[in-house]
Design a protein around this ligand. Sequence first.
Ligand code: FAD
Length: 456
Amino acid sequence: MLSQKLIRQLQKIVGKPFISTKPEDLFVYSYDATQIRCLPEAVIFPETAFQISQILKICNLYHLPLVVRGAGSGMSGGAIPIKGGLVLVMSRFNRILEIDKENMTVWVEPGVVTAELQRKVAEKGLFYPPDPASLKFSTIGGNVAECAGGPRAVKYGVTKDYVLGLEVVLPTGEIIHTGKKTIKRVTGYDLTSLFIGSEGTLGIFTKILLRLLPLPETKATCVLGLSELKALPTVLNSLLRLQEPLTAIEFIDDLCLSCIAPKLPFKLPRVEGLLILQIDGSIEGVAVAHTKLLQLLKGLPVVVISTALKEEADRLWEIRRAISPAVFQLGSKKSSHDIVVPRARLLEMVLKIKEIRREFDLPVLCFGHIGDGNLHVNIMYNDNQEERAQMATEAVIKAALSLEGTISGEHGIGLTKARFMPWEIEPAALKAMQNLKRVFDPNNILNPGKIFVESK
Ligand SMILES: Cc1cc2nc3c(=O)[nH]c(=O)nc-3n(C[C@H](O)[C@H](O)[C@H](O)COP(=O)(O)OP(=O)(O)OC[C@H]3O[C@@H](n4cnc5c(N)ncnc54)[C@H](O)[C@@H]3O)c2cc1C
């Protein structure tokens, strides 16, 4: 319980209406998309970097834990206050500060929702490409903290490829600025890169400078069926070698397909998996690339199920978005993973997932961004199957690592994957990371208990 004296000190910083200890507020900010719950002792809504700096100085004085929160859509428990203390909500940092058309950059506050930023820059003919499926509610701050990615990463890369600079409040309260509007910069250590993907453990972003691109004029989508899964490497290899890179290459496995089949806008032939491809660019460029793609597909072991230009393309893309809610018909709970393997080993990974499905007799399914080797693996289970789901989780992680893969491509480590860190990261590298955390946060007040399993 926070003392009244401490609450008064915090009220002085942000104003009385912007700190709450009401049970209903504590409840609302106790969980994220993982549904793990831990109540904070207070929730605080600052408006300026200076206020955050003062709050952090107090947290250091009293060794009070503090967790930053964007929209709470994180899939690894990053925003959950597992050590209690304060949840600091970034919702008042909701302004787009400057869209610089000449330099093609934007200064944005971290609480801005990703889709809103994309809409605003699109009005000026500009494009912010990272497209996590959560973009209608996740924030830019959360995206930078997790280095969010999405289907368009095949052509455009992920969040880190667009962050030019940051204003950050360090855990000890200093406010620092990293990066510049310049495209190149090698002055000193690259602190911007260090903060990207730091999962709210090294500093709190209060302003973000992003690089933008010209807005593509149009797009096309193509849905392919894989009659045989074993054709996956040949097909993927050919698609990745196209001179005009595809924007997205998504995969949906047989079990996901069985869940969404009734909603599909076409009759599904007998296939062992589905691929959804996207092209974007200028009107002429997309038309040419689309024709070339259809030509290439004629020589590949695939069934072209549907292909569309412009708005129609968005309708086909709905297939991909239908998966997450639809899979709950296979189990009331989900253990969700976002492993990545080198692209040449994807088929092995998909086959291992099928093996794990059989071994643990659970609906283990996969879909995702195979153009990047990134698969979302969902283990669906019910209340009485918790232990089996845990074993299946370990099997999935081990399988990815055995194929030279990594345990997270976009959701981060947070709480749910901390115990697997030593499975992937060698002891000396893990120690270097923990030492880095100590340099920035000597009292371990900022998002403690995340990424690393702390010794008791
Ligand atoms: C349906 C659904 C689909 C999703 N699809 C994708 C996807 O396609 N790709 C993908 O990458 N992710 C996806 N996610 C995961 C999630 O949306 C992303 O990780 C997103 O970036 C989190 O943003 P948020 O604002 O919700 O952050 P939160 O969940 O609030 O926080 C996430 C982490 O960021 C830290 N943080 C937040 N703001 C700041 C800040 N200003 N400064 C420093 N640290 C901060 C928090 O402390 C926490 O550790 C999905 C989630 C859901 C629920």
